[in-house]
Every structure is written in C-alpha cells, then in structure tokens.
Design a protein around this ligand. Structure first.
Ligand code: ARG
Length: 588
C-alpha cells in the first residue's frame, strides 16, 4: 500500500494544482517543529521565484484549497511561506486499519523480484571467530532479511576462508605430532579413517600453536607453506586431512552461528571455486586483459579519475599461486554460472575496501560478471573497546566471539535476577535472548561504516537506545494484550479508532511510518534506520502507556481501539526486530 507520506504528498499536489501551481512544488516532509505541526511543506518558498509572487501568498492560495481536505485537519500558511500540516485523526485511523489488514503490514514487495546474494560471515576455518566476523554476521543477516522481506530471492553465502595458509599450518603441526598417521605416509594407498584424528578443542589449540611456531621458526614456516602448496595441488593425504578439518570446524561454526540466530543458505568457500581458476586465467590471458609484471600475472584496473592510485588486480603470484583477488574473481565466475544474481552485497570489514574496488573493476572490465550486475561493498567499521582501540580481552588478546557473548549474557543475567520475577531457568533463557539483542542492537544501531565502542554496561541497560529497552517495550505490550485476553476479550478483528489524545495520535503516526521506513532502509541498505525508528516508536508507545489508562478504560469500544493499536504496534516492532535478527522473550 502507499505510504502515509505519499498519500499526504498526493493531497498537497492536488491542492497546488487546484491553486494553479505546478505540483512538483508540493514536497512534504516531517515537521521540524513538532510543537506546531506534524508535517510541513516548503514548496511555496521554492515556487516564489518562478511565479514572481511572495511565498506567503502562494502558501495561502494552496491552503485555501485544503479547507475540505479528507487528509488534513489543519493546514496553515505561516511566514515566510511555510505550510504547516496536521493529519486528520480519522485519516490516520483508516490508514492504520488498512495497514493492519494488509499483507506485509503494508510494505510492498518488489514488482520485479531480484536475485540478491549476500556474502557475509566470512569466517576462516579452524581459526577462532573474532569480533570482526561478528559484525559481518550481524549486519549481513539483517541485510539479507530486509531484502527477503521486500520479496526478493535472497541467497546468503558464508564464503568460508578454507583454502589458505592456516590449513598448511595445521597439517604441519599434526604431522609433527602424529607422523604415524596414514595421511602422512606418501605411499599409502588405502582408505583413510572416517573419523577425524582430532576434536574441535584440539583443533583450536593446534592452530595458534602452529601459527606461533611459524612466526619464530623459518624452517617450520617453510614446511607450512610447502604443505599449503601440496594441499592445493591435490596431495591425497592432505586433502583427506583437509576434509576432516572442514567437517569438524563447520560443525562448530554451525553451532556458533545458530546461537547468533544467523543462518546461511550456502556454506561455500574459497576451496569450492579453485576449479574455475585455470579457465579463468586462460581467458584473462587470451583476451589480453592480463599481463606479467615482475613475474606476477596482473590485470590493470586503474581509472583516469582515481584520486588515489588503484594498484592492479593480482591474479597469480610469480610462483603461480592464486591470491585473495583470484579467489574472489573465481567466486564471481561460479556465482554467474550457478545463480545469475542481479546484485551481490559484500559485508566485509571496511579495511578491505581496496581489494573489492580491484575485484569489482576487474570482474566488470573482463566480463566475468555481466555489466548490469550490481556489485555492492558494504564495508563496516571496527568494534572498539572503551579505550577507543580495537576490542581486546583483558589479557590483551583478540576477543573471541563466545567470550564476548558470555560476558554480555552474564551481565544480562545479573540484571534480570536483580528484579527477578521468574524461575532461574527461565531467567537464563531470557538472559540469552536479551543478551543477543543487546549485542545486535548495539552493533546495528550504528551506521555500518562507522567504528563504535562496545560498552557492556550501556548495551545491557534497560533504559535508553538499547536492545533491552526495545524488548522490554514489546514485552510490556504483550503483557497488556494477554491481560485483555484473560479478561475475556479477543484481540483479533478490533478496529483502531480516532485518537483521543496527543500521545495516542503521536503513537499512531509513528506506527504509520513503518512501510516508508522499510523502503528507505531497503534502498539505502541501512539497518541502523530500523533501530532509529523502533526507538522512536518505543518511546511513543511508552509515553502513551504512562499517560493512558488502557485496561482500566471503562468505555469498552475505546478500550478495544487501544488494544487494536497496541496489537499493530507490537506487530510492527516484532517485524522490525526480526529484520534485525533477534526476538523478544514472552516475559522479562
Ligand atoms: N575470510 C575473510 C576474512 O576473515 C573475509 C571474507 C570476505 N568475503 C569475501 N568474499 N572476500 O577476512
């Protein structure tokens, strides 16, 4: 359905036309003086020059045509030529009733749904997840859900880092510890065991140990590089070990992402696309896109108006090894052949921007992707500690995801137990749910590209612009609806009525902004605007709640109208948090 702003604008256009002015001047925006009006139109000021007339005259001509308006209860021309507007209560109520009955709460789906791929998560197999991966997962999940809500075919791909040097390190360390295993016998021709010779716990210990050795010991590092090379060139025993590493780590990653409420459609990775590299390299050479520079095969991607030089895209190192650029290009080859996406959104740390500029230019220039494919890089900032530096553990190491979540959940648990009304068991489950919301909201409420400070105290607070505050508001609405039902009323099929107070109208207008807000969030790929919206909506609800006797209202119809409004507000808030990737508990 049309947005409220669209309907209001159409009404204004009609008035401009009727008064003899061009309707393109009839732009309406939210009022920046909410004490005076709800919406405003500054079009008369813009029209003054063209019509050689004082703006206030034009504004007056227009408002004269709004006296009988079905949309506005108030339309006044004020100096120097603003038009101040208030929406008719009945109009607002009708809009909300239509919204409550509409599919998708009035958000229109794409008329021509697109295939959108979201490349996010990007964990590196066998290495622990850190907070950078957390940001990618949180933001990517939300971006995916938003695109899907708008009716697109959306494919989320985790794009595992599963083909690099870390694999060679692990193999080297395992071989050192267990040279007897068949994987390391070059002449072994039998089947390999189906069980991995390590657990996830061991794997997590092996990687950092090997990585530390390699830093100190040249010989060890050489071995690890050699092992990486042999693995990539198909050595049988190494491939078998690699499979075990994959199985054990992917199982663990799946558990981790499930806790985060993050869910991928594809569990593909760098290893899956190696098979496309030889043909791709041949094509790049044959068509003259690639040339050798100092032994390395490169594709130039610099453009004339670059204000900073963009170095060539690296295809093969001088020793013939593929690089990060190569893998991302090969991934595009696969995506084009299997999915033909209209858009691919990469949710990756903003420090990787240059890499994506190179890859995108190379892919377009060489025809690896069709010209019309929209390649989008959504670079995110760093999550910092309170000292403003990248988030670290107390000991100064890289903060691991599980530990960070544990810290938040424990803090949440303390807060919930402080004013405990539920069993300890329920409190624990609630602490999990609310803790996750605290982390996700803390992250998503910032514009993705900005750095932000991870502040456990602030994020877990029940007051202010936080996840727990939003959840608390939803739980409060749920509880009112429950009580109404317990009193014998059904909450279905009730109609929202004309507002009887300022705060009720404010809540109604806030709720009514939902479909417009979602369209903006979708177009701009800006989940933070959902957070800004629900914070305003939650505030509007809480003001209404404090100023209104809802369940104690004696007029049954009036009360039913309140309940209908609350039900819709709850649906809007719940839809929003679902798009952000978290949910509300029943109680808290
Ligand atoms: N694995 C990479 C890292 O940890 C992120 C991968 C991002 N996605 C991509 N298509 N390059 O930095």
């Amino acid at each position: 359905m049309k947005t409220l702003l669209k309907l209001i604008t159409m009404e204004m256009e009609e008035a401009f036309r009727a008064a003899g002015y061009d309707e393109t001047y009839a732009k309406v925006s939210l009022s920046n003086r909410p004490d005076l009006c709800e919406y405003q139109c500054n079009g008369a000021l813009a029209a003054a020059k063209a019509y050689k007339k004082a703006p206030i005259m034009i504004a007056g001509d227009v408002t004269a045509h709004l006296k009988e308006s079905a949309v506005f209860s108030y339309a006044e021309a004020v100096n120097p030529g603003f038009i101040n507007l208030k929406v008719k209560p009945a109009f607002a109520a009708d809009f909300l009733n239509e919204m409550a009955a509409a599919e998708n709460l009035g958000v229109e789906k794409e008329q021509n749904p697109r295939t959108v791929m979201v490349d996010y998560g990007g964990p590196n197999v066998a290495k622990p997840l850190h907070v950078g991966h957390l940001r990618s997962a949180i933001i990517g999940e939300s971006v995916k859900r938003i695109a899907r809500f708008k009716g697109n075919r959306v494919i989320g791909d985790i794009h595992l880092g599963d083909w690099g040097y870390q694999m060679g390190l692990i193999i080297t360390e395992l071989e050192k510890r267990r040279p007897d295993l068949p994987y390391f016998q070059e002449d072994y021709e039998g089947e390999y065991p189906s069980e991995a010779p390590f657990t996830i716990g061991e794997l997590e210990e092996i990687y950092p140990t090997a990585s530390a050795y390699a830093k100190e010991n040249e010989e060890y590092r050489e071995k690890a590089l050699q092992a990486t090379f042999l693995l990539q060139n198909g050595r049988r025993g190494y491939r078998a070990i690699w499979r075990h590493i994959m199985d054990v780590s992917v199982a663990d990653l799946k558990r981790n992402y499930q806790v985060l409420n993050v869910d991928f459609d594809l569990w593909k990775g760098e290893a899956d696309v190696q098979k496309y590299i030889p043909d791709m390299v041949q094509m790049l050479k044959e068509k003259g896109f690639a040339h050798y520079d100092d032994g390395a095969l490169v594709v130039d991607v610099a453009e004339e108006d670059d204000n900073k030089a963009v170095p060539p895209c690296m295809i093969l190192k001088s020793d013939g090894a593929a690089l990060y650029d190569t893998t991302d290009l090969a991934t595009l080859v696969e995506r084009e052949s299997l999915y033909q996406p209209d858009q691919i959104i990469y949710v990756v740390d903003k420090r990787q921007e240059l890499h994506f500029v190179q890859v995108f230019r190379c892919a377009k220039k060489t025809g690896i992707v069709r010209p019309e494919v929209d390649l989008k890089y959504l670079g995110f900032g760093t999550m910092n500690g309170k000292d403003g530096k990248p988030f670290k553990t107390r000991e100064g190491g890289v903060m691991r995801l599980e530990n960070l979540l544990r810290e938040i959940t424990e803090e949440m648990m303390k807060k919930i137990m402080d004013n405990r009304t539920v069993t300890e068991e329920e409190a624990e489950a609630t602490a999990q749910t609310v803790g996750l919301a605290a982390v996700k909201y803390g992250d998503l409420s910032n514009q993705a590209s900005k750095d932000y400070i991870f502040d456990v105290d602030r994020f877990t607070s029940f007051e202010g612009n936080t996840g727990p505050y939003i959840l608390y508001t939803i739980v409060r609405i749920k509880s009112i609806l429950h009580k109404y039902q317990e009193g014998g009323g059904s909450i279905d099929g009730l109609r929202i009525r004309e507002p009887g107070s300022e705060c009720e109208k404010a809540l109604m207008l806030e709720t009514a902004k939902f479909n417009e807000m979602i369209d903006t969030v979708y177009e701009e790929i800006a989940p933070h605007k959902i957070c800004a919206y629900i914070y305003d909506a939650a505030n509007a609800f809480n003001k209404f709640y404090h100023e209104t006797r809802i369940l104690a209202e004696e007029d049954a119809e009036k009360k039913a109208g309140y309940i209908a409004l609350l039900k819709l507000t709850k649906e809007v808030l719940e839809t929003c948090i679902d798009l952000l990737g978290f949910e509300a508990p029943e109680r808290m």
